[in-house]
Design a protein around this ligand. Sequence first.
Ligand code: 2YJ
Length: 318
Amino acid sequence: MSKYADVDRLEESEIEGVAAGLCDLDRQSREMTGLTIAELAGESVGFASHDEALAAQVAVGDGVAPRVAVIPVTSGYGLIGGFAQTLVAILNHLGANARATDKTDLAGLEEAYRARAQLIFMADDYTFTAVSTRGGAMSDNGIATGRAFGCALAHMARGGEVLVLGAGPVGLSATRYLKGCGFAVSVYDKDPARLSAAVEATGAGREQDGCVARYRNILDATNGADFITAADVTSETRISAPGIPLGPTAQVRSLVPVFHNPLELGTAAMYYDCLHQLTSTTAGKRGAVVANADAAKARFGRAALARQVAATFSCEGR
Ligand code: 2YJ
């Protein structure tokens, strides 16, 4: 459980190794899902291919990496040591030109605008959001995370049935995404009112306590610890788990593939979500399309796009 009584907040120790481990995570992600974190994130927000996502990135950055500001936010329980720098590392790994503002809060917002940031990332104790300074793009971490971990599970899945545990924003978003992929999705939440609302809102099946062992494909969007035990799994079980603490025990994690990372895929999905909204006429309901990915492709060429982006996040030799 989080040491904070009223909020689920990441802790410094939970993100310590994230920046240094991004290439390892990509390798692990490829082993489990066939795709890197960037590829999963891009697919989850609707890019038809990773090339399209790269073209959108170069279009938004007008030939170079998009400028992204991460603003440390002191409200509530305050800064999490290394949080802003970890987001910067994740975003740069994807090919962005990200930096944390020197100032926090509103002064940081002003600093970001003065530096002509195109995207801004910031989180308090309840909301983690990304917004664009032009074009009205916005991406919420909970929604982006649900889709992206749903996408990871879709690539790992055995058969067409999925159990989503937890009907908060992440679980709801994952349910919608997986239903959209054609899976038969059932949901369980220990709060009956929240479970009923989720079933009503998504059209998913309603599950009950003790159902875990009957499913091979599980998305754990709860904040419960160690409740998926060895007795619940077979060699066919596949688990995607965005949350901390983890539902599957250490033993389960040694027995079956458990796709998990505390911040990386959710952040990547927010970044690509904004790029998609800024470049796609179908995604841009919220605001204007400010960059044309096809024009960028024609202008900079496919190979140049790939080179430009690869130069910033190549894992070769790392
Ligand atoms: O800027 C900082 O260092 C802090 N204000 C970061 C706070 C990080 N926030 C969290 O960990 C919350 N759990 C975010 C909720 C996201 C909901 N998906």
